[in-house]
Unconditional design. Structure first.
Length: 129
């Protein structure tokens, strides 16, 4: 009986370790990863706004702003004369002048277009480099 339990545990663990090995073998393009991460978070924010899930909205909104700041810092350090940098800073300034109130999630809806605008800028910056 002990061997049967041990054998079942081994069979259960094997697929998990195989998945980890497959993930490690795939090369990750950090530039594309940042874009895909931003897209995923933006999708989750849209879903949270649609469902009026305030806790998810607050968390994802904070992550998106951090992503924007990180991207701007990266562009400033790599290509300080980028033509998209001014537009990126403009989008960030729009968010910094906006005070997100979780009690009024409908106020966030017009700002979703700003996130889309920044995503387009990120993609342009990646394709230019």
């Amino acid at each position: 009986m002990r061997y049967l339990v041990l054998l079942l545990i081994c069979f259960a663990i094997q697929p998990l370790s195989a998945q980890e090995n497959n993930r490690a073998a795939l090369p990750i393009d950090s530039a594309q990863y940042a874009v895909r991460l931003f897209e995923g978070r933006l999708t989750r924010l849209r879903e949270a706004v649609e469902k009026t899930d305030v806790s998810a909205m607050v968390g994802v909104y904070a992550h998106l702003l951090a992503d924007i700041r990180e991207e701007i810092g990266s562009v400033e350090s790599k290509t300080p004369n980028s033509p998209r940098l001014e537009s990126m800073l403009f989008v960030l300034n729009k968010f910094e002048s906006f005070s997100f109130d979780p009690a009024k999630p409908e106020e966030l809806k017009p700002y979703l277009a700003r996130f889309d605008e920044f995503l387009a800028l990120m993609k342009e910056e990646r394709s230019a480099n």
